[in-house]
Design a protein around this ligand. Structure first.
Ligand code: F6R
Length: 590
């Protein structure tokens, strides 16, 4: 995920910016850069890859004394990870860094292009600085205010301009931004990590906040009114700051899902339907069926996608596990769209399967979280999931965003509009304190059995598979996901009080059928935890989700619960949550 750092002071400005960027490395990035304003001149450096490349590139650039600086680590969402697309972005005499997504950047870009303004990069960010200069007459703050008024989407942004060389302009909507200070310096950052140990006091900006810092005076506005500055103390522990106060990266990533899901939808889900700038209108020409291929959690997302694509887009969809597909001498025909899903974009089995499909001349599409990864480079088209870097080995937010892309894709192909439901998904992914506390308490009852069955039907079957996989990965307990209706064909023989069943019971999809499958297990005395909006009296434990009118809202609420169950059981067992034994984050070997 992108990171922002800003600095105003006289203590080695270049090092301050580079140090800040290094503290943001843990968030993942593919390029970095900075701009420094000193005595009315703007100095900028950018590079692709690690911060050390930026250090190397700016090695000869020496600067002393007071200055203002903005810096950025970029995780590509619009445009490839190239030096041109790296931040800062420039207009004639100004420079900008930005986190988030400008949803309406294309229409702004078109307007400006009509006026003869040229764009260098493929990013959404460049429109901010070009629009700013277009609006600038005499008053730079006025121009900045009018610029941010036109932006739709999410942004945290810092802007420098030679027209007002003593000033940094800032604004925040949707993406995090803070101002921190000590006695003689002022910092900006997109999270605590770069400023812990450097600054003492902090203001976490709220959505709609904007303003400027000039001559060390901070002017903060909301709704055209200047606000009082309410400083609070900064946390002191850097690792704690990186995890943003959470115990584990996995926990942070579970909580983050309600935000990243919005990033996934931004610029794609509109009131009048779905748009994918990555795909042209005739993308499906000549295609009669889709094959989805992936591994692990991404495979489970793919299975959810196969239900959604068939139901919403009415396209025959088959599913393949990467490692199996490679060796089964598949029959590949050119009327098939070959869709691969991968968080890392480097999974060897998925990559090899993609190569086979390409070789057979199939049209290919990747759903991936890492731009410029091997899979992205190979596929004809890619839709990025925009989950930001995932540090926990057990995948959570990558899964949530993969499913979201597949769901949008199914509506896009099917010409269906579910905008109102999409708008409820972020809320469905929120973790409340009450829910988390309940799961912490319940987890103690699920530590000593001989195994777990996760059961569900339709899209809740892949969710059952994924819930079981999460538990296996970090608790090392045996868990299986099963289609609820399949239990009677064998697995039910295992049912006894030491067999734990996690039942995913949707009110909107096959409620009665699933309920009777749960009752079959209950009458064999299995210990059952039901997750539903309607309690069934015959089961042992119950976690209530909200009543809703769409099974995908239930899906996301249940997803959060299964992730928390896996994590809290594993915490009680004393396991390493972020780095479970025997597992690697990216499986680049066969
Ligand atoms: C599980 C998990 C793995 C990956 C699988 C594929 O939590 O993360 O099952 O999903 O190794 O990886 P990607 O998605 O990177 O292709």
């Amino acid at each position: 995920m992108c990171g922002i750092v800003g600095y105003i002071g006289k203590n080695n400005i270049k090092e301050q910016l580079l140090d800040g960027l290094k503290e943001l490395e843990y968030r993942g990035y593919d390029s970095a850069g900075f701009s420094i304003m000193k005595d009315g001149e703007l100095y900028s450096y950018k590079s692709v890859g690690k911060i050390k490349n930026l250090v190397e590139k700016s090695k000869k650039f020496e600067i002393d004394g007071f200055g203002l600086g903005i810096a950025h680590t970029r995780w590509a969402t619009h445009g490839k990870p190239t030096e041109i697309n790296a931040h800062p972005h420039f207009a004639e005499f100004s420079s900008v860094v930005h986190n988030g997504i400008i949803e309406n950047y294309q229409s702004i870009k078109q307007q400006l292009e009509k006026k003869g303004i040229n764009f260098l990069s493929q990013t959404d960010t460049e429109v901010i600085v070009k629009l700013f200069e277009d609006k600038l007459e005499n008053d730079a703050f006025e121009a900045f205010k009018n610029t941010i008024k036109e932006l739709k989407g999410a942004y945290a942004t810092l802007l420098l301009t030679k027209k007002e060389p003593e000033t940094i302009f800032f604004a925040k909507v949707g993406s995090p931004l803070l101002i921190a200070k000590n006695d003689e310096e002022i910092f900006f950052a997109s999270s605590d990590a770069p400023v812990v140990g450097k600054a003492k006091k902090v203001i976490y900006l709220e959505d709609g906040d904007y303003g400027y810092i000039k001559n060390n005076q901070i002017h903060l506005f909301r709704n055209d009114k200047e606000l009082q500055l309410n400083w609070s103390d900064l946390p002191k522990n850097r690792e704690f700051a990186q995890k943003e106060g959470f115990r584990f990266f996995m926990e942070k990533e579970i909580y983050e899902q309600s935000h990243v899901i919005i990033d996934t939808m931004m610029g794609r889900a509109y009131e009048n339907g779905i748009k994918f700038e990555e795909l042209d209108k005739n993308f499906l020409d000549g295609i009669t069926n889709i094959t989805i291929c992936a591994c692990g959690t991404s495979y489970h997302a793919g299975m959810v996608g196969s239900y959604l694509l068939q139901r919403n887009a009415k396209i025959k969809t088959t599913l393949e596990i990467g490692s199996e597909f490679r060796y089964k001498t598949p029959l590949l025909t050119k009327d098939t769209l070959f869709l691969v899903i991968s968080q890392s974009g480097e999974t060897a089995d998925t990559l090899e399967a993609l190569k086979m499909a390409k070789k057979a001349g199939l049209k290919t599409l990747a759903i991936c979280n890492v731009d410029n990864s091997s899979i992205v480079r190979l596929a004809d088209k890619t839709i990025l999931t925009r989950a930001g870097i995932e540090k926990g080995v057990a995948s959570t937010k990558a899964f949530a965003t993969q499913v979201m892309v597949l769901w949008m894709l199914s509506d896009f192909f099917g010409g269906i509009n579910e905008y109102k439901t999409f708008m409820k998904i972020s809320k469905a992914c929120e973790v409340t304190e009450k829910l988390h506390e309940k799961i912490k308490r319940l987890s103690k009852r699920y530590l000593n059995g001989h195994g777990f069955f996760y059961i569900g039907r339709d899209v809740f079957y892949p969710l059952a598979l994924e819930g079981a996989l999460k538990l296996k990965e970090i608790s090392y307990l045996h868990a299986e996901g099963y289609p609820a209706g399949e239990m009677k064909h064998g697995p039910i023989a295992l049912a006894d009080p030491e067999l734990y069943t996690i039942a995913l019971l949707s009110k909107n999809l096959l409620f009665d059928k699933t309920k009777s499958n749960i009752e079959e297990l209950s009458s064999r005395d299995s210990t059952i935890l039901t997750i539903s909006c309607e309690e069934i009296e015959t089961t042992d434990d119950f976690i209530k989700i909200n009543e809703s009118n769409h099974y995908m809202i239930e899906f996301y609420e249940m997803m959060i619960i299964t992730q928390l169950i896996a994590m809290e059981i594993s915490v009680r067992l004393g396991n390493d949550i972020d780095m479970p034994r025997n597992l690697a984050k990216s499986v680049t070997v066969e």
